[in-house]
Ligand binder design. Structure first.
Ligand code: ARG
Length: 470
């Protein structure tokens, strides 16, 4: 560094050095570099450059010979980045700069033509869309594995039932299968949303240049097709400034996080001694450094606790975007860390929760005895009266009075029902009766379950074929 705080030259030029008399201050570089976090875009940056080179050949801006030299250089750069031998220099502001610098070192004059009719503004948007297509599809795939585990455990749950809750107060019995699938349906919507986000972002911005296109005879549509994009931008200003896809991705991921958090909260409760509905496998539980007896549901807790940062990432991105005039502004560089963090964290969370649920042991006796409290039959008794023509509101009051007596003097509710309403009504009360009576379509009982299982399997199959078609 010289006495102006100049960080240039010893390590090479910035891409934009021509216009500047001196090099950038170290403080500027330290503040503005994105290389530490955008390095992971290198495979997409290389892919984008390869397609761009082919486009330059078609536009006769690069000879076949020059294109070969650049392609060989790109191969070498890719190999260096893949095996960790790539040497970054101080002037490498970001991955795009680093790749172009190295290509030019290797390919000389031909390399210096790589950035023809291209700006880092359309380049970074292209890279990020390619990255999102792959990574969001990857999250969708992981989520489907969790959906499958929920289905497998539901399939094997074989009539086990537990209390369903409202206000976290026992309400009506539900099949364990039904409860597990409830989360699976929410995850199905998450997968659907992620795939829809991928469909919407599948538009190439390459060829928009810095903001307004170029005077050179490029054809963005053929480069888009070359890169496997479904479509090409129509407006260059929009192409380089649009980060809707990042906002959508962050929302999708935040909602996945919220669903995992709700699952996590239940598993914290279920594995507590108070509930005792499930036991975690040792491999998916943690111990306490001080309390030898402890077995803790840390995965479930972090699935709950990490949601804050997922929501925070979405909030950060939206806040960054809100005041930006067209087109590219350096602010947009702040799109990456939230996105990378959310994708990484959700991936880790889904894998951990999947393993936790796949290996846990349910405790059917605890579930059943919690669900077999006589009062859980209250609605069914009222519905029994309804079948005989009693208006539901009246039936509700009659049963409410019986429940009050049961709770105040401890007389069995079944006995009270038998005394007041007769034997047939009393049969509504009893172990397992309540869940058996949940017969309406989509309901929580065994009669409705097969249809739900069919629909769930169909939903999963449809999502899987969308993913593999994408
Ligand atoms: N690192 C930058 C980003 O992530 C790349 C684009 C830079 N463009 C520019 N005009 N400085 O946004």
């Amino acid at each position: 560094m010289d006495d102006t705080g100049n960080a240039d030259d010893a390590t090479g030029h910035t891409l934009w050095h021509g216009r500047f008399a001196g090099g950038p201050a170290e403080a500027l570089m330290a503040y503005t570099v994105s290389l530490p976090f955008d390095q992971r875009l290198w495979p997409d940056d290389i892919a984008g450059s390869r397609a761009h080179v082919r486009g330059l050949v078609r536009a006769e801006l690069l000879t076949d010979h020059e294109a070969d030299a650049v392609s060989v250089a790109l191969d070498r750069v890719a190999a260096e980045l893949a095996d960790g031998t790539f040497v970054f220099v101080e002037s490498d502001e970001d991955i795009h700069t680093a790749v172009e610098r190295r290509v030019t070192e290797i390919a000389g004059a031909a390399g210096a033509k790589l950035h023809t009719a291209r700006s880092r503004n359309d380049q970074v948007a292209t890279d990020l869309r390619l990255w999102c297509k792959r990574e969001l599809s990857g999250v969708a795939e992981l989520l489907m594995e969790l959906q499958q585990v929920l289905l497998d455990r539901a399939d094997a749950a074989d009539g086990v039932y537990l209390p369903g809750y409202t206000h976290l107060q026992r309400a009506q019995p539900v099949l364990l299968a039904h409860h597990l699938l409830a989360h699976g349906w929410a995850l199905g919507r998450d997968v659907d949303r992620l795939l829809a986000t991928v469909d919407r972002l599948d538009v190439s911005p390459l060829g928009a240049g810095a903001l307004a296109g170029t005077s050179l005879p490029i054809d963005p549509a053929s480069t888009a097709a070359d890169l496997g994009f479904a479509d090409v931008f129509a407006n260059s200003l929009d192409a380089v400034s649009d980060r809707d896809f990042v906002a959508e991705a962050l929302f999708d991921l935040a909602l996945v996080g919220i669903h995992l958090s709700r699952i996590g909260e239940e598993w914290v409760l279920w594995t507590s001694e108070e509930f005792g509905f499930a036991r975690l496998d040792d491999a998916y539980a943690t111990g306490s450094s001080m309390l030898p007896q402890k077995k803790n549901p840390d995965i479930a807790e972090l699935a709950r606790g990490k949601t804050g940062r997922l929501v925070g990432n979405l909030t950060a991105l939206l806040t960054m975007l809100k005041g930006l005039p067209l087109a590219y502004n350096r602010d947009l560089q702040e799109d990456k860390e939230p996105l990378f963090d959310s994708v990484e964290q959700v991936g880790l969370a889904v894998r951990a929760v999947t393993g936790m649920i796949a290996t846990a042991e349910f405790v059917p006796d605890r579930m059943r005895s919690a669900a077999d409290a006589e009062v859980m039959a209250a609605t069914d008794i009222a519905e029994w009266l309804v079948r005989d023509g009693t208006p539901f509101r009246d039936a509700h009051a009659i049963v409410g009075a019986l429940v009050r007596r049961h709770l105040s003097d401890g007389t069995s509710l079944q006995q009270l029902v038998r005394d007041e309403l007769g034997d047939a009504a009393a049969q509504v009360v009893g172990p397992g009766e309540g869940v058996r009576r949940r017969t309406s379509p989509g309901g929580a009982g065994p009669d409705a379950l097969p249809q739900q299982l069919d629909r769930y399997r169909a939903m999963l199959a449809a999502l899987r074929s969308r993913l593999s078609a994408g």
